[in-house]
Design a protein around this ligand. Structure first.
Ligand code: NDP
Length: 241
């Protein structure tokens, strides 16, 4: 067993989750990395990393993965509920199956991730929940209707969980990035929506690296347990909307 505590990350196979896995690994933490693409988790080649093919819609699979990793590395000290998808599109034309997918992964998947560690953190009177929202969890944007709904959900549950968990010395941090360069828009099918997003992104000089977000997460985590950065809002400097 390594001396630093175990960090669990959902959606660790690309983007912000992957960058965060690398940052915490470099800081000496053992990791539980979860995603559907196991090959991408393996390709990271990180030491002391338990890799699990997990779909966050499967509540039992997350709990099983946490139990297996904790048997090797001790309790999860931070759960980064990061896995998410952005099926942006014109709400009147979008197939409702895409609404379901976002709600199931971005909203219910986050609750499933919290469920796997919540009572352990309460019992130990320590721990951190790092909740992935977005600036789209603070403001609405065109063609983001259900995506914004799921991210407002994350903001709401994070505020509630923070109040509930504060007397137990468990921290709840909500993360609200702007445009970060990742694979998140690779699955948008609405071509007009995608073209508008890309034009807005180009107009502000592009997004910023996931490594910047990962460093902020590490910095916030490393504060003493009695101190909390309640929300992290990080955008490209030119992104003001
Ligand atoms: P990526 O698409 O690069 O990463 C998304 C991650 O989520 C992948 O590792 C993917 O893994 C995982 N994932 C998706 N669906 C599931 C599922 N059902 N079960 C388990 N894992 C899943 O994009 P980002 O890094 O940008 O996205 C990470 C989070 O950041 C998301 O919640 C997103 O909404 C949020 N965000 C992103 C912003 C941006 O501009 N990039 C801005 C604000 C918030 P796999 O496919 O292997 O399962």
């Amino acid at each position: 067993m390594t001396s630093k505590p175990l960090i669990a990350i959902t959606g660790a196979s690309s983007g912000i989750g992957e960058a965060t896995a690398r940052a915490f690994s470099a800081a000496g933490h053992p990791l539980l990395l979860m995603a559907r693409r196991l090959d991408r988790l393996e390709a990271l080649g990180l030491p002391n990393a338990v890799l699990k093919k997990v779909d966050v819609r499967d509540r039992a699979a997350i709990a099983d993965a946490v139990r297996d990793a904790e048997a090797l590395h001790g309790p999860v000290d931070m759960m980064f509920a990061n896995a998410g998808i952005a099926r942006l599109g014109d709400i009147a034309k979008q197939p409702p199956e895409e609404w379901d997918e976002m709600i199931d992964i971005n909203a219910k998947g986050v609750m499933n991730s919290v469920h796997a560690v919540l009572n352990g953190m309460i019992a130990r009177k320590t721990g951190t929940l790092m909740m992935m929202s977005s600036i789209a969890g603070r403001k609405v944007y065109p063609d983001h209707t259900v995506y914004c709904g799921t991210k407002y959900f994350v903001h709401a549950i994070s505020e509630s969980l923070r109040a509930y968990l504060a007397p137990h010395d468990v921290r709840v941090i909500v993360l609200s990035p702007g445009i970060i360069d990742t694979e998140v828009l690779d699955h948008v099918k609405d071509e007009t929506t995608l073209a508008n997003y890309k034009a807005n992104k180009a107009a502000i000089g592009g997004g910023i690296s996931a490594d910047i977000v990962a460093q902020l997460i590490l910095d916030a985590y490393q504060l003493p347990q009695r101190a909390i950065v309640q929300e992290i809002v990080i955008t490209p400097t030119r992104q003001t909307y």
